[in-house]
Design a protein around this ligand. Structure first.
Ligand SMILES: NC(=O)c1ccc[n+]([C@@H]2O[C@H](COP(=O)([O-])OP(=O)(O)OC[C@H]3O[C@@H](n4cnc5c(N)ncnc54)[C@H](O)[C@@H]3O)[C@@H](O)[C@H]2O)c1
Length: 262
C-alpha cells in the first residue's frame, strides 16, 4: 500500500464533505496512521466525524494562528511517534467582508486575517513540525484554488491562495535539503462548509462540470483526497513545489466544447 507505516497529521476535517476527510480516508485505506486536528467549537464536531473514518482517529487542538497550540501538537506527536512523515494543510478562512464582491472596500485587518490563516499558516505549521520531519523527510500538501486568474466573489481568498502557491514554492526551496516535499492540490469547486461560506459561490461552481473535459461532481471530494494522499506518499518523491490540478481538467481548456456524438 502507498502509505504503509506512515505517520500523518491531517488538519481541516470538519464534516464528511471536507476535503481533509477524503484525504484522511484515502490515507488510512493506504496504510497510514493518522491524527487529526481541529479547534475551538469545531473540536467536538471533528471528534464525532473522526469516529466515522475506517479507523477512528484522535483529534488534537490546533488553531493555526496559535503558536502555543502548534508547540503542544509537535510535542504530542513527538511523544506518540517520535517522528512525522507528513501533513495535510486544509485550512482557510476569510472574514465576510473579504469575500463576495467587496474587493475594493475590504479593510486591511480582514485581508491580513485571510492571509494569515489561509497562506502564512502553511509556513507556520511546516516550521513548527520540522523537528519531527527533518531526519527522514516526508510530504507536505496544501489545498489550493487556482490563483492564476481572478474569479467572481473569491476576492481576498483568491489573493491568499496566490500567496499559498508562493509559500509552497519557497518552502519547497528551503525544505528540499531535508528530503521534505511541499506541494498543492488545486481542487475544483466542492460543496463544503468553507465553500458555502462564500456568498455567490455558484458563480464559480456553476458550469464547471460542462467545461471540464472529465466533468466534475461538486459533492465528491474523493478524487482530490486521493491525489493529496498520493502526494504524501513516497511515490511522489520526485515532486516538489508543484501545483497539481484535480479539477476535471477545467484549467486546461478555455471554454466548454459542444458535446459531439461519436
Ligand atoms: N471547497 C472548495 O471548493 C475548495 C476548492 C479548492 C480548495 N479548497 C481548500 O480546501 C481546504 C479545505 O476546505 P474544505 O473546502 O474542505 O472546507 P471545510 O470547511 O470542510 O474545511 C475548512 C477547514 O479550515 C479549518 N480552519 C479555519 N480556520 C482555521 C484555523 N485558524 N486553524 C485551524 N483550522 C482552521 C476549519 O476548521 C475547517 O476544518 C481550504 O484550504 C479550502 O480553501 C476548497
Amino acid at each position: 500500500m502507498l502509505l504503509d507505516g506512515k505517520k500523518l497529521l491531517i488538519t481541516g476535517v470538519l464534516t464528511r464533505e471536507s476535503i481533509a476527510y477524503a484525504t484522511a480516508q484515502a490515507a488510512q485505506e493506504q496504510g497510514a496512521e493518522i491524527v487529526l486536528t481541529s479547534f475551538g467549537r469545531a473540536m467536538s464536531i471533528t471528534e464525532k466525524i473522526a469516529r466515522r473514518l475506517p479507523a477512528p482517529a484522535d483529534v488534537l487542538e490546533l488553531d493555526a494562528n496559535e503558536p502555543a497550540h502548534l508547540e503542544a501538537v509537535a510535542e504530542e506527536l513527538g511523544r506518540r511517534w517520535g517522528r512525522l512523515d507528513g501533513f495535510l494543510h486544509a485550512i482557510a478562512f476569510a472574514p465576510a467582508d473579504a469575500l463576495g464582491g467587496n474587493f475594493l472596500h475590504t479593510p486591511w485587518e480582514s485581508v491580513q486575517a485571510s492571509f494569515r490563516t489561509s497562506a502564512y499558516s502553511l509556513k507556520a505549521i511546516s516550521a513548527g513540525l520540522l523537528p519531527l520531519m527533518r531526519d527522514r523527510g516526508g510530504g507536505i500538501v496544501s489545498l489550493d484554488f487556482d490563483a492564476s486568474v481572478a474569479w467572481p466573489v473569491y476576492d481576498w481568498m483568491g489573493v491568499a491562495k496566490a500567496g499559498l502557491e508562493a509559500v509552497t514554492r519557497y518552502l519547497a526551496r528551503d525544505l528540499g535539503r531535508f528530503g521534505i516535499r511541499v506541494n498543492c492540490v488545486s481542487a475544483g469547486p466542492l460543496r463544503t462548509v468553507a465553500a458555502k461560506g462564500i456568498p455567490g459561490f455558484e458563480a464559480v461552481s456553476d458550469g464547471w462540470a460542462e467545461r471540464a473535459p472529465l466533468g466534475w461532481d461538486v459533492t465528491d471530494p474523493t478524487p482530490v483526497g486521493r491525489v493529496a494522499a498520493f502526494l504524501l506518499s513516497d511515490w511522489a518523491r520526485g515532486i516538489t513545489g508543484e501545483i497539481v490540478h484535480v479539477d476535471g481538467g477545467y484549467h486546461a481548456v478555455g471554454a466548454p466544447s459542444p458535446r459531439t456524438a461519436e
